[in-house]
Design a protein around this ligand. Sequence first.
Ligand code: PMP
Length: 291
Amino acid sequence: MGLWIYLDGKFVNEKQAKISVFDHGLLYGDGVFEGLRTYSGKIFRLDEHIERLYKSAKAILLEIPVSKEEMAQIIKKTIKKNKLKDSYVRVVVTRGKGDLGLDPRKCPQPSVFVIASKIKLYPEEYYQKGLSVVTIATRRNLTESLNPAIKSLNYLNNILAKIEATNAGAMEGLFLNNDGYVAECTGENIFIISGNFLYTPPISAGALDGITRDTVLQIGKTVGLSVSEKLLTRYDLYNADECFLTGTAAEIIPVTLIDGRIIGSGKSGSLTCKIREEFHKIVLEEGVPIY
Ligand code: PMP
């Protein structure tokens, strides 16, 4: 039967969910997106994801044709229509149909679509044994060029990084920014634990303002760690007691090898496990009910 997709005001079967070849989202990666999760019939951090979507859109001068309240309803309805309780939801706003030139003013009607489905980024075993990460040669987009805070449809910087990591035989790629400081991984934020400190790079280092990142910064405090956003070098990572990545799809996943250096004990660290447990509690306790 296939999934029901929300597309510009209607629900259509996935086979009928089509976008024009003249859509600038496709021609130029001109658009924005979000990825959300639902747990046991509740949407985690719905308002935060919607806020970020509208901020990304504002940054590229794209007017989303529905209000934030309507967007929240559209997301809920799409999940309901597909009778999902635990799901991954992709919200996309494209610049819309235009001509073959770049000018976004030639695209009068942005397109909105929402896919509610499932996602599995890493096999379960990696949540125990941890990921291997390599530093990649491709640098994170310059903030002054294409700000990594914008969750745009142009993810080639990240895809090039993913290809490099895969070619090097690693599960993930570590992005440095143009100054050589740690930015983030291809689709996740990065954290380290050193002694009693929980560190993550500031957004200005070239990271997305991750919603899981934000939740983990809060959890860090509740489990008694001193939390701080700090510029990090690879040296800091290699010598950390624990390291993990955060993202809506990946949740919290340990990193146990970076550029051939074993991190901490070489297994998921005890504090990482504790933060993961707390995270799983929070996603079930908090969230906007769908049903
Ligand atoms: N960095 C990048 C580049 C991302 O695309 C994402 C989202 N997958 C993240 C970090 C994590 O953000 P969030 O926790 O909001 O999913």
